[in-house]
Design a protein around this ligand. Structure first.
Ligand code: GDD
Ligand code: MG
Length: 360
């Protein structure tokens, strides 16, 4: 049986300011909590047992996913008292694994949307005989990631987390946040204290001469660390660019969930999702955005690349472009909110209060 550890803890797991109660993995992407996509993809790849390593707001996972049987999985939950870091979290769940010392165990960062061929990563691991194998992806700017140069056989030669200087940036290959570990390697991570797998475990293994193997590919890959990335990911799931067996409904330009009410002349495009009980008024246009459950979009609003929190209200003719509107916030009519603005949960903006363009 193949098993996996899913890392869903740490400090920055709320999608601030969208919600104060929901950790990021539970914020809906294309109609279901984001984590569902990762779980469903793992199941489709033949993984049956998954341990969720959680810390912050851990109590919301189990009531929703339960024992995992609805997804055909056996799910277990382990909560850290204090965040143990990525390596500490992995070590902390070792006792729950069924694998024997030489068996491969999959490990996934919990905030990644990807088309990774999971069986191919396991194959790479087997055929290379590595201690650890890593999925690598190419990015334009590696500074927010773990830099992973490899030799011409794909063997990892270094691991540098969050490289900053031009001298450090020797490749465009970065850690994509999916690994195969031999079970025995997990047991060598020190227990009972915070450990960063990126800053301590990987560099330490390389210094000790361990074999780390990289698998670079160009499949869909997105870290959902920012609200903008989250909106993009949700739209790509709806459009079918990001593969997931958990999207409820057909792939296409829009996903309207049951009980949502959309006026016949409203235009929904670019992978827009409209959540349960949400209302979209006459003449509204929404492109590439996520409108969460119970939100109300009044007539004539123009919304692009934005995230509208649950129960939020967007006034008539208001323009949103690249905006994040927190749960329950109230945006009055005739406002214009652009590029990176974040409105906190429950906050209010009166009618005609904010503009970016001229008054014409
Ligand atoms: N249980 C637990 N406990 N999980 C944690 C902890 C912790 O203390 N700290 C982080 N995590 C989880 C996060 O929830 C996330 O799913 C994953 O580990 C990675 O943490 P992030 O905080 O998102 O790290 P990052 O995005 O800056 O960098 C990581 O991901 C990049 C790819 O997106 C690193 O692994 C980089 O090397 C990598 O390139
Ligand atoms: Mg991340």
């Amino acid at each position: 049986m193949t098993e996996a550890i899913l890392l869903v803890g740490g400090k920055g797991t709320r999608l601030r300011p969208l919600t104060v109660h929901t950790p990021k993995p539970m914020v809906p992407a294309a109609g279901v909590p984001f984590l569902t996509h990762q779980l469903a993809r793992a199941r489709a790849a033949g993984i049956e047992h998954i341990v969720l390593a959680t810390s912050y707001l851990a109590e919301v996972f189990e009531p929703y996913f339960g024992d995992g049987s609805a997804l055909g999985l056996h799910l277990e939950y382990v909560t850290e008292e204090e965040p143990l870091g990525t390596g500490g979290a992995i070590r902390n769940v070792a006792a729950r694994l069924h694998s024997a010392p030489g068996d491969p165990v999959l490990i996934f960062n919990g905030d990644i949307l990807t088309g990774l061929d999971i069986p191919a990563l396991v194959d790479t691991h087997r055929t290379s005989g590595a201690d650890v194998s890593l999925h690598l992806t190419r990015v334009e700017d590696p500074r927010a990631f773990g830099l992973v140069p490899t030799d011409d056989t794909g063997r990892v030669t270094a691991f540098l987390e969050k490289p900053q200087t031009p001298e450090e940036i020797v490749t465009d290959q970065v850690n994509a946040g999916a690994y195969v570990f031999n079970r025995s390697v997990i047991d060598t991570i020190p227990a009972g204290r915070p450990v960063s797998v990126e800053r301590e475990t990987f560099p330490g293994l390389l210094a000790d001469g361990a074999h780390l193997q990289g698998m670079v590919d160009s499949t869909y890959w997105l870290d959902l660390g920012t609200p903008q990335a989250f909106v993009r990911g949700s739209a790509d799931l709806v459009l079918g660019r990001a593969p997931s067996p958990a999207v409820p409904g057909r792939r296409g330009d829009r996903l309207v969930l049951e009980t949502a009410e959309v006026a016949p002349d409203a235009k929904l495009t670019g992978g827009t999702v409209v959540g349960r009980g949400a209302v979209v008024g006459a003449g509204a246009r929404i492109d590439g955005s996520a409108v969460l459950d119970g939100a109300v979009i009044e007539p004539g609003a123009r919304i692009r690349d934005s995230l509208i929190g649950a129960g939020a209200r967007i006034g008539a003719r208001t323009v949103l472009d690249g905006a994040v509107i927190g749960d329950g916030a109230r945006i009055g009519a005739d406002n214009e909110l652009r590029d990176g603005i974040r409105i906190w949960c429950g906050a209010g903006i009166p009618d005609g209060a904010v503009r970016f363009s001229s008054d014409q």
